[in-house]
Ligand binder design. Structure first.
Ligand code: NAD
Length: 391
């Protein structure tokens, strides 16, 4: 795995290790395309156009199949994650995912809502335990951040590694009961095994090694038993397997404050599921627009290339407020496709080419409304055209 960093003060393009994941012969990139709902299909079309362009340049064969998921799954198959979609994903080397949900399905019971009934089972089914979220804000876009520019003169460049299949969201029992006295009680259970903590620590070590070899583990070890085990396990695992890494620990409440105060004090941070959910969303806010943020969720299983099977998706949702207007920012989806090339297909050099093209297109002035700040904004297709022109 490769987790490129900007050099401090340089606002450089992501560092490239072109040989890190090169696969000697790569005839075909086989992936499932689950575009989802509202802006999902709009930005997905542009990502596929960018992929088609680089595939032609690099003599790669794209072999992808589209399938319904989320609201589209409910409308066309009666459920958010149709069996045929799961089967397609099982036969693929990666999933390029859009986003799911929206007002049309909001009246459904919570368990049938597109996000809960599609994304969570997909994560569970493919044991996608490691969520990698680059928190990247180009220096030229610091105005997009709610933080003062003097706090982030070179933009933001950090990585959040979130454990994705354990903790409070999946732990049992998970119940709501009416007590004998008539009161109502709900229970969620936070559970972690040492083996789960060790494997996410291993991912975080790989990330830290590709950057500045600094890793911060975030927990709540002053209160939670699971966090005591988390801290002990991370400490022992790093000492045993990665003495070259400088490890620090931080309580989650402090981490939330430090992210807002000085985000670049972190390089890579690793944390459990719920803390990661909250901190990665805070990271998204300080990085400006959701339209720029990509993510990768890597599984325990290897694909037919011997690389991690993964699901790649933008950090944002379906943006119903702008859907159908042709104004959504396609960059997050395009950058997610770049992550797929990097992690699931070993095409580091091609991934860097796409990331570089996105940065050049944006910093040379092509910007959708979410990152335009009073400049004339371009639409979804024109943004992708500008990226293709940089390729
Ligand atoms: P959202 O992320 O869809 O939108 C929040 C704000 O960000 C909106 O103003 C939107 O216009 C903007 N935005 C998001 N992506 C953008 C892009 N690519 N370009 C420009 N602007 C962009 O969050 P929400 O409004 O809270 O949720 C809408 C729906 O999406 C809900 O049904 C929610 O459940 C779902 N959702 C899905 C996922 C997912 O599929 N992974 C994630 C989050 C939310």
């Amino acid at each position: 795995m490769h987790f490129p960093a900007q050099r401090k003060g340089e606002n450089s393009l992501p560092l490239c290790s072109a040989t890190a994941f090169l696969v000697p012969s790569m005839p075909s990139l086989k992936f499932a395309v689950l575009a989802g709902d509202y802006i999902g299909p709009e930005v997905m079309s542009e990502a596929l156009r960018v992929l088609a362009h680089v595939a032609k340049q690099e003599q790669l064969t794209l072999s992808y199949t589209r399938a319904d998921v989320g609201g589209a799954g409910i409308d066309n198959h009666g459920k958010a994650l149709p069996d045929s979609t799961v089967k397609l994903c099982e036969q693929s080397d990666a999933i390029l995912f859009g986003s799911v949900g929206g007002p049309k399905w909001e009246r459904l019971p919570p368990k049938e809502q597109p996000e809960r009934a599609a994304l969570l089972p997909l994560r569970k089914h493919f044991t996608l335990f490691a969520n990698i979220r680059p928190g990247l804000l180009y220096r030229e876009l610091t105005d997009a951040s709610p933080l003062k520019s003097e706090r982030i003169p070179d933009g933001i460049d950090i990585v959040c590694i979130r454990e994705l299949t354990g903790g409070l969201y999946f732990g049992q029992p998970k119940t709501t009961t009416t007590l004998p006295d008539g009161d109502v009680q709900a229970v969620d259970t936070m559970v972690y095994r040492r083996s789960e903590i060790e494997r996410i620590t291993a991912t975080a070590i790989t990330a830290a090694r590709a950057r500045k070899r600094r890793l911060c583990s975030v927990d709540k070890a002053n209160v939670l038993e699971t966090s005591v085990l988390w801290r002990k396990t991370v400490t022992e695992y790093v000492a045993r397997h990665a003495p070259d890494i400088t490890l620090s620990h931080m309580y989650v409440d402090n981490a939330a404050m430090q992210l807002a105060r000085d985000p670049n004090q972190f390089d890579v941070f690793v944390t459990e599921n719920m803390f990661g959910d909250i901190l990665s969303d805070e990271m998204a806010v300080i990085c400006g627009s959701l339209g720029m943020l990509s993510s990768a969720s890597l599984g325990a299983a290897k694909n037919s290339h011997g690389l991690p099977f993964g699901l790649y998706e933008p950090a944002g949702g379906t943006a119903p407020d702008i859907a159908g207007k042709g104004v959504a920012n396609p960059c997050a989806q395009i950058l997610s496709a770049a992550l797929m090339l990097r992690y699931s297909f070993g095409l580091e050099g091609v991934a860097v080419r796409i990331e570089t093209a996105v940065k050049k297109a944006v910093t040379s002035g092509s910007r959708t409304g979410d990152i335009a700040f009073g400049r004339p904004a371009v639409g979804t297709t024109a943004m992708a055209n500008a990226i293709i022109a940089q390729l």
